[in-house]
Ligand binder design. Structure first.
Ligand code: TRP
Length: 368
């Protein structure tokens, strides 16, 4: 068994990635990638998992694979350092899922809080709940263990998935001997990273609420979202009134994104965000100035991403080659794990012919 530091993380390709993804996970993936601390970094485009609640619309998944890869590449995921691969093309994952299904009860699966919440969100009745969707935590365990990942960077909502994975690993190793690596979740460090609210202040950016800023949005679209949908402090009626920065979306976004350099460049009246907030609380700082600064900060963040995306959009055949070779590499990795698992379970019947002898002896002894 490996003692390497291996990362696996993944996304369902159901839409373009937005600023919430950037702040909550993409930015950190790039940092982890460039930290030099990991032996292997893998990102899985979880198209099979996306199909568990989109079986009637595979075209949506197919279309969004390219969008998600473009988002990865444009934020700085480097295919020379990070393996990007596609789940459905890794048959070992399907086999592992099938074996792990036997190590978990339906009662345990129904207690998973993330699944419970997702079932409710999608309005699935008991009758309408696809078995594939209900059991996707098992398939996610296959994803994680197939790569021997010990570190799994995910959002907080995924903690129950990791708990499930750890239980399956423990059970597997207990029954069949030490075979699988015990994974650990790595969650975002602070509150803003954990959950960047939508531009309307609602808990989360979501396509259906129309409150997202996408990484691929134009400058005009970003400006429109900020000026049109972001409320500030309802009690801050006049510029001279004291204002609140807590629960004020403009400041939440600044917390997530701005640096002291942004002040030097765009708002030199203040050295840093603390000074700016202090003035806002005291009164005398208008919302227009705050929003204008935020738009500048957003552009500093998004413009390089947009430029990089445009380059890749003009070279889709290279994008294809990147995921095709990443997937080929992942086929090797995951097949090796499956072979190890089959061996541990003693169902590796066709690895060599020694089982013939074993069966012969068995039959001979039965006759004595
Ligand atoms: N369930 C994850 C999500 O919705 C996506 C995912 C699939 C994943 N397989 C994974 C995340 C393996 C981490 C590891 O965001």
């Amino acid at each position: 068994m490996t003692e390497k530091n291996i990362i696996l993380t993944g996304d369902r390709p159901t839409g373009r990635l937005h600023l919430g993804h950037y702040v909550g996970s993409l930015k950190r993936r790039v940092e982890l990638q460039n930290s030099g601390k990991y032996d292997e970094i893998n990102i899985l485009i979880a198209d099979d998992q996306a199909l568990t609640d989109n079986a009637d619309n595979p075209g949506k998944i197919r279309d969004n694979i390219v969008n998600v890869v473009l988002d990865y590449l444009s934020v700085g995921i480097d295919p020379a350092k990070t393996t990007i691969c596609v789940q459905s093309a890794l048959p070992a994952l399907h086999a592992l899922t099938f074996y792990y299904m036997n190590l978990v009860t339906t009662a345990r699966l129904s207690r998973n809080p993330t699944i419970k919440a997702e079932i409710q969100m999608r309005g699935f009745s008991d009758e309408g709940l696809p078995a594939g969707f209900f059991t996707y935590p098992v398939s996610q365990t296959a994803d994680i263990t197939a790569f021997d990942a010990n570190v799994v960077p995910v959002g907080e909502d995924q903690l129950p998935m990791l708990e499930q994975a750890r239980e399956i690993v423990e059970k597997f190793n207990k029954i069949y001997g030490e075979t699988l690596v015990m994974p650990k979740a790595m969650i975002p460090e602070n509150e803003v990273q954990r959950r960047l609210p939508g531009v309307d202040g609602k808990a989360k950016m979501s396509k259906s609420l129309g409150n997202c800023i996408y990484l691929s949005d134009t400058a005009a679209a970003v400006k429109k979202q900020v000026n049109g949908k972001m409320y500030t402090d309802p009690l801050h009626l006049q510029i001279s009134d004291p204002g609140h920065t807590e629960g004020n979306v403009v400041f939440t976004y600044l917390d997530a994104l701005c640096t002291d350099d942004h002040f030097a460049e765009y708002l030199p009246d203040y050295k840093n965000l603390d000074e700016m907030k202090e003035h806002y609380r005291r009164g005398g700082l208008g919302d227009g100035v705050c929003k204008k600064f935020l738009i500048n900060v957003l552009e500093e963040t998004l413009n390089p991403i947009r430029t990089e995306r445009a380059k890749w959009e003009n070279d889709i055949s290279s994008v294809y080659d990147i995921i095709s070779s990443g997937t080929a590499k992942a086929v090797e990795t995951t097949n090796a794990t499956l072979a190890r698992v089959r061996k541990a379970m003693r169902i590796d019947y066709f690895e060599d012919r020694s089982i013939i002898k074993e069966w012969e002896t068995l039959l001979k002894n039965a006759k004595q």
